[in-house]
Design a protein around this ligand. Sequence first.
Ligand code: ADP
Ligand code: MG
Length: 403
Amino acid sequence: MKFLSSQQNLSGKTVLLRADLDAPREGNKILDDSRIKASVPTIKYLIDQGAKIVIVSKNGRPKGWQEEYTLKPIAEYIAKLLSKNFVSAKEYSDQYFNEVVFFEGDITKEGAVGEVKKLSQKNIVILENIRFYKQEEEASPVFAKQLSSLGEIFVNDAFAMMHRNEASVSLIPKYLPSFAGLNVEKELNALNKLLTLKADPFIVIIGGAKISDKVGAIKNLGKSAEHVLVGGGPANLFFLAQGFEIGESLCEKQELDVAKDLMRNYKQKLVLPVDVVVAKAKDHTQARVCKPDQVLKDEAILDIGPQTTLFFSKIVKASKKMVWNGPMGLFEEKQFSHGTMSLALIFAARCKGYAYGVVGGGDTLDALNKAKVLDQIDFVSTAGGATLDFLAGENLPGLKALE
Ligand code: ADP
Ligand code: MG
């Protein structure tokens, strides 16, 4: 794989950049700008190298050409971050130079490619949401070829998209010399370090809502891990698998066989809660601590209990390598946040040179942020599914294409 960071002769070259500018929005208001901000280093690197830039990205999950998913507010935001002016291609006139131009048109229309090319000679061009085209998710080679005609070099910096077989992710490298962007390089270095660094004990912490999307990662990491600590929905599933009453707890009941299989194959490694915080399922009142097999029918398990927190903390404190995905409980509600918050503090403290710690998952990042320790973690992966698939040892189409 070739990396952009070792490429220094881009002056005058037109680079087609697959960036990850995805952001949750409320109308034009951007609610979380972390991915947009994370794209800036690669864009600046390209600017510094004297490259001309055409940016491709998606936002949300539009069904066709849906105005509410336009990339325009994100393009405006990028312009601001780069301290450049913003103009849409419709309103463009020749006086603009070295600014951000948003191309709202359909690049498959007659003459559009030529127009984008012309704009990109003097400005940074950002194309409209690439998921507006059904050819993107269909992974259409014709569409990928059309896209590649917009640049001379392709840079993929969208690590979070690497597990998708989509035109702008995994097909463009067929047509252009291609490089991994700075973000992708950073993610690969950190995740490879997690997989290969010889540092024992290695522990895996799993929680959150679902086990189905994490089971591949648990299995692969579980091979070399000493302990797999389990909280949240996955723990509830393991309780159910042991025949315990779990009341109305969050649980993926259809994954019961997966849990049983994991219990058979990783039995000595799985560390389940020894106590839990439960409350009435309908209104979360009458919270109490009990053993996992003492949950009542009208209750729900909403956090790990104090003994478990202590027990998990001891294991974290003795570890040399750690990875965490998924909160231990319903941390959004204060009375059920203690397990997750305590673990966050101990995990972060361990990252101060005692162990190598990696975290991933949108809600896990929220929890660590709430505990004010996110900046202390050795590596924070911002990609969800792509990170899990990578840690599961799978081949990611976007990465494979760059090789
Ligand atoms: P991530 O985004 O970090 O991958 P998930 O999306 O899998 O994590 O799950 C996070 C969600 O799971 C949080 O909203 C959290 O409140 C919820 N959760 C975790 N444990 C429980 C529980 N015992 N009961 C209800 N919700 C839970
Ligand atoms: Mg989540």
